[in-house]
Design a protein around this ligand. Structure first.
Ligand SMILES: N[C@@H](CCC(=O)N[C@@H](CS)C(=O)NCC(=O)O)C(=O)O
Length: 216
């Protein structure tokens, strides 16, 4: 059964796509024109009632929330492709910890920055707010200081192994480094910068970014 992935051009979906590539799972994509608001169409809302991407359909099973989808496939195909959840219960705990850090500490500021710097047309008043940009950047610096400390002790976030926690950071860190002109947020921190160079040079990320350019 080929997995169907909705909205491949969006950042949150790219998390899922990288996970599928790393796990060697076959998929096909269903484009959703995000800037035209197709994620709010009644047919799509039957799949994802909150009106966001991604969603996957796997036979008659459907799932939304990008991190939940990654966890599902990393567990379902545990022995296929690369191990992404950690081998021991302690490693697994750390993968979960850093996935939560990404979702709760990193993503909110990175998402706001992307919205106000790259996609102001998606804001209610179409106007970027310099105060939100400044505050989001300041919050991100504090979070990345903690990452710098962590990555001075281990090669990847959960330890010396690549995991879902690293994958989860790829799409929005790419916006920061390659599209927002704010690469100094990453490059000025030696360990964060080395980590970024490592994870963004993986064939899975290169493949996904080459195939599916943003809008978001
Ligand atoms: N927590 C969700 C967030 C998904 C999300 O925010 N997706 C954005 C694109 S990156 C979206 O569809 N936004 C549409 C909207 O808010 O109308 C996930 O990880 O799947």
């Amino acid at each position: 059964m080929v997995v169907k992935v909705y909205g491949p051009h969006c950042a949150s979906t790219k998390r899922v796509l990288v996970c599928l590539v790393e796990k060697e799972i076959e998929f096909e994509v269903v484009p959703i024109n995000f800037l035209e608001g197709e994620q709010k169409n009644p047919e799509y809302l039957k799949l994802q009632p909150f009106g966001t991407v991604p969603v996957i359909q796997d036979g008659d099973y459907a799932l939304y929330e990008s991190r939940a989808i990654m966890r599902y496939y990393a567990e379902k195909y545990r022995s296929q492709g690369i191990e992404l959840l950690g081998k021991t219960i302690e490693e697994k705990g750390l993968v979960e910890q850093w996935l939560e850090v990404e979702a709760q500490n990193f993503n909110p500021s990175a998402y706001n920055l992307a919205l106000h710097v790259l996609f102001p047309s998606l804001l209610a008043d179409n106007t970027p707010n310099p105060k939100v940009i400044e505050e989001s950047e300041a919050k991100l610096v504090k979070v990345l200081n903690i990452y710098e400390e962590r990555l001075s002790k281990s090669k990847y976030l959960a330890g010396d192994f690549f995991s879902l926690a690293d994958i989860s950071h790829l799409p929005f860190t790419d916006y920061i480094v390659n599209q927002m002109g704010k690469e100094y947020l990453i490059k000025d921190k030696k360990h964060v910068s080395d980590w970024w160079d490592d994870i963004s040079s993986r064939p899975s990320w290169k493949k996904v970014t080459k195939l599916y350019r943003p809008p978001i």
